[in-house]
Design a protein. Structure first.
Length: 129
């Protein structure tokens, strides 16, 4: 095994179309990067679009870093405004959801420990005004 893996996140398959999420882009790089103890994903949210579901994890803690644009993050009952390079750590069993700002949002999500599929509980329509 090599001691490093280089990958452009835009070369990873976009999972969003599989779920009919036309205003989102979601590229999970855990497997292509050969990560053993963590996960890493790229997420793009179109302008003024709210993700259609909230989620929490059973095991995995996550850190989200906004790399461009702006976003609002709902964490349980609190809404947090994010600007580029803001990083937010979210405890595993905390419900969360994102909404892209006027110019949309690009985020990196890092999760640990590596759990594989099935660690998230999803709630459709969780963030409703």
């Amino acid at each position: 095994m090599a001691h490093y893996t280089k990958l452009n996140l835009k070369d990873v398959e976009d999972q969003a179309p599989k779920f009919g999420l036309d205003d989102l882009e979601f590229r999970s790089a855990r497997v292509p990067l050969e990560l053993e103890n963590s996960g890493l994903s790229y997420l793009r949210i179109a302008p003024n679009v709210r993700m259609p579901f909230g989620h929490r994890h059973n095991v995995q803690e996550e850190v989200y870093v906004l790399i461009s644009g702006s976003a609002r993050l709902k964490v349980e009952e609190e809404v947090v405004e994010l600007k580029p390079l803001d990083a937010v750590r979210i405890h595993k069993d905390t419900m969360r959801n994102f909404e892209g700002g006027p110019e949309g949002a690009e985020l990196i999500a890092v999760g640990a420990p590596h759990t594989g599929p099935g660690d998230a509980d999803m709630v459709n329509g969780w963030w409703a005004d």
